[in-house]
Design a protein around this ligand. Structure first.
Ligand SMILES: Nc1ncnc2c1ncn2[C@@H]1O[C@H](COP(=O)(O)OP(=O)(O)O)[C@@H](O)[C@H]1O
Ligand SMILES: [Mg+2]
Length: 163
C-alpha cells in the first residue's frame, strides 16, 4: 500500500470506545497528529458518534471550544481556519444529485485542507485517492467500535449520488 505522507502516525486499526469522551479523545489525537491535507470519510448509522468524532478531530487541529463545533446537518458545510483549513461536511440531508452539484463538493475535495465528511457513503468517487475511512459501529450501551483505515484506491461502486 502506498504511504500517505504525513499520516503515518495515525492510529490506524480498530479501537473500542466506551464513552463520547473516549471517542472525542481518540479523534483529538488524530487531529493533533495531522500535518498535511487529508480527507476523512466518517461512516456509521445515525447517532453512532460521527459528529462526536468530527468535533474531536477539529479540536485536535486547534479549535479551542468543542461547543463551537456544531453539526453541519442543516448548513451542510462548516469551515474552520485552524492550524490547517478544515471543512466539516454532513451529507445526511442531501437527497439528489442536483443537491450534490450545488454543493461544489468536488471543488472543496480538491482544496489543500482537512476535509471531514459524514455520510460519505452517499458519494461514489472512485478517482479520489488517499481517503481515510473511519467506520463507527454501535456495540451496545455507550460502546463503539471505531475503525480507522486508509483507503488509497476506493472501489467505484455503491455510491448513490455521484457517479
Ligand atoms: N462511545 C461513544 N462515542 C460517541 N458517541 C457516543 C458514545 N456513547 C454514546 N454516545 C452518544 O451517541 C450520540 C452520537 O451522536 P452524533 O455524534 O451526533 O452521531 P452521528 O453524527 O453519527 O449521527 C451522542 O449523543 C453521544 O453522546
Ligand atoms: Mg452527525
Amino acid at each position: 500500500m502506498a504511504p500517505l505522507p504525513g499520516l503515518m502516525t495515525l492510529p490506524f486499526g480498530t479501537t473500542l470506545s466506551h464513552s463520547p469522551r473516549e471517542t472525542f479523545e481518540l479523534a483529538f489525537a488524530v487531529g493533533q497528529s495531522l500535518e498535511t491535507p487529508a480527507i476523512f470519510f466518517l461512516e456509521g448509522n445515525l447517532g453512532v458518534g460521527k459528529t462526536v468524532f468530527a468535533k474531536g478531530l477539529i479540536c485536535g487541529l486547534g479549535q479551542p471550544d468543542p461547543d463551537e463545533v456544531t453539526s453541519p446537518s442543516f448548513t451542510l458545510i462548516n469551515e474552520y481556519l485552524l492550524r490547517l483549513k478544515v471543512f466539516h461536511i454532513d451529507l445526511y440531508r442531501l437527497d439528489t444529485k442536483q443537491d450534490l452539484r450545488s454543493l461544489d463538493l468536488e471543488e472543496i475535495l480538491a482544496e489543500p485542507a482537512i476535509i471531514v465528511v459524514e455520510w460519505a457513503d452517499k458519494l461514489d468517487l472512485p478517482e479520489l485517492e488517499d481517503v481515510i475511512l473511519v467506520t463507527i459501529q454501535d456495540m451496545g450501551n455507550d460502546d463503539r467500535k471505531i475503525e480507522i483505515r486508509p483507503q488509497v484506491q476506493r472501489q467505484g461502486t455503491g455510491g448513490r449520488l455521484l457517479a
